[in-house]
Design a protein around this ligand. Structure first.
Ligand SMILES: CSC[C@H]1O[C@@H](n2cnc3c(O)ncnc32)[C@H](O)[C@@H]1O
Ligand SMILES: [Zn+2]
Length: 433
């Protein structure tokens, strides 16, 4: 049976010739796919359900390309610290106590926040990933999931963790009706020794899946990599064969010109996480140079404990603003480019070619903003408003695969009250253990 419906009289962010444009009109969704978007139709075929799009801006759902959802349980636990101290003294000791249920409720809290804030796809690197997949399945969100592996442990434990990462990818890639895909994820070059890292590259080859890792996040990491392996992280990972696979690296803050050229040559995507990089004082990535070199730069929040929210509108705004401030060039990252980083480039960087744009043939993952509010008026340039003026709070409706998951700001798929209560209880349980 065909499931066909139409948005009438909305404003839509669509791909333009060289940047997104806004058009008024109608959009038809059929079996979870956009089949028409354009001028208002004269008449609606009988029996087709209509959705009134007036006073709403429809745009592609936001794509969060790097994070650790369950870390919402550690939001506010260990602020104002540099990365290594934050990880070693605060995050890792607490994460060692996480149970599968903690990961479930922490991830549910994050997915609730992301869906209500207009994120329709998220990438997640963590442990207990079967429980994250459970949340993705139930909530209706699209997810790219991977068992992140820290290899600072005996060989036997390394073997077990690698096996878990492979088993998870095999079991879950393509699950939830195709909404869940998998990647292979050694945590970083500084937590996975070279021979161990190479095993992930081999696993990615065997499974024909892309790789994801943290890379060049802090100056200290780069210096330590040079001291330990005689190479900066990009050359080190190139040597380990990572870039022979489709790859996405998180952060890429400390890159020289030669490294940018290498990433461009291998078509390695960079997930830019401006909020987290600022909070951990890691630095500011060279985004204008990366974009100019042809690198696909997308946006991520990183975990909620280093951000400290999952508002992708905030990341867009930060991406558009900080590079102007740092370079002294107001055109460094225009609003239209920041929007593409959060949508189209996000989709490309996680290897999903059917999301990130509102166009016929694309999956119906989209959001509607209430643009009738003081801070979004007058309607001069709605792409500008989406980046410079809007926030997660402006998201009124959300659809994934054509199914509505947020209606008038309320999540339809998760029990909001239960998620809030269980997440709070999970955090209190962690403190007692
Ligand atoms: C092995 S699961 C993921 C692992 O990553 C840690 N993490 C969270 N944020 C960051 C970051 O910015 N850089 C490096 N590692 C990070 C998290 O605490 C988990 O242990
Ligand atoms: Zn991270």
């Amino acid at each position: 049976m065909s499931d066909k419906w139409i948005v009438r009289g909305g404003k839509f962010v669509v791909p333009g010739d060289d940047k997104p444009a806004v058009i008024g009109g109608d959009m038809i969704v059929e079996n979870g796919v956009i089949t028409y978007i354009g001028e208002a139709l004269n008449a609606v075929p009988e029996g087709v359900e209509t959705f009134d799009g007036s006073r709403l801006l429809f745009m592609p759902g936001l794509v969060n390309t790097h994070g650790h959802a369950a870390m919402s349980l550690l939001r506010g636990y260990g602020d104002d610290l540099a990365l290594q101290i934050w990880l070693q003294e605060k995050m890792w000791p607490m994460e060692a106590k996480f149970t599968g249920d903690d990961v479930y409720w922490g991830s549910a809290l994050s997915v609730l926040e992301m869906l209500k804030g207009g994120t329709t796809t998220f990438l997640d690197m963590y442990d207990h990933m079967d429980r994250v997949a459970e949340v993705a399945e139930k909530s209706g969100i699209r997810a790219v999931l991977m068992r992140g592996v820290i290899g600072l442990c005996p060989e036997e434990v390394q073997r077990q963790k690698l096996a878990e990462a492979v088993a998870f990818a095999k079991d879950y890639h393509g699950s939830a009706g195709g909404r869940i895909t998998a990647m292979i994820s050694p945590h970083s070059p500084y937590t996975c020794p070279p021979d161990f890292f190479e095993k992930f590259v081999q696993a990615a080859h065997d499974l024909d899946l892309p790789l994801h890792t943290h890379m060049s996040e802090t100056r200290r990491e780069v210096e330590q990599n040079e001291a330990d392996f005689g190479l900066r992280p990009v050359a080190h990972l190139e040597k380990l064969g990572m870039f022979t696979r489709p790859s996405l690296v998180a952060h890429g803050v400390h890159l020289n010109d030669e490294e940018i050229e290498i990433l461009a040559r291998y078509q390695v995507g960079v997930s830019h996480n401006p909020g987290s990089n600022l909070k951990l004082a890691s630095g500011v990535a060279r985004v204008p140079e990366l974009l100019k070199a042809g690198v696909t730069v997308s946006l991520g929040t990183d975990g909620p404990a280093s951000n400290n929210n999952l508002d992708m509108f905030e990341e867009m705004r930060l991406a558009a603003l900080i590079h102007k401030g740092v370079s002294g060039d107001p055109t460094a990252v225009p609003a239209s480019e920041a929007l593409r980083m959060a949508t189209e480039y996000g989709a490309k960087s996680i290897f999903l070619d059917q999301i990130g744009k509102l166009a016929p043939g694309m999956k119906a993952d989209f959001i509607a903003l209430d643009i009738d509010q003081p801070h979004l008026l007058p309607h001069t340039d709605l792409v500008s408003h989406a980046v410079y003026s809007a926030s997660a709070k402006d998201v009124e409706h959300v659809w994934v695969d054509g199914k509505q998951v947020v209606k008038h700001g309320l999540c339809l798929t998760l029990d909001e009250e239960e998620v809030r209560r269980k997440a709070q209880e999970a955090f209190e349980g962690l403190l007692k253990r």
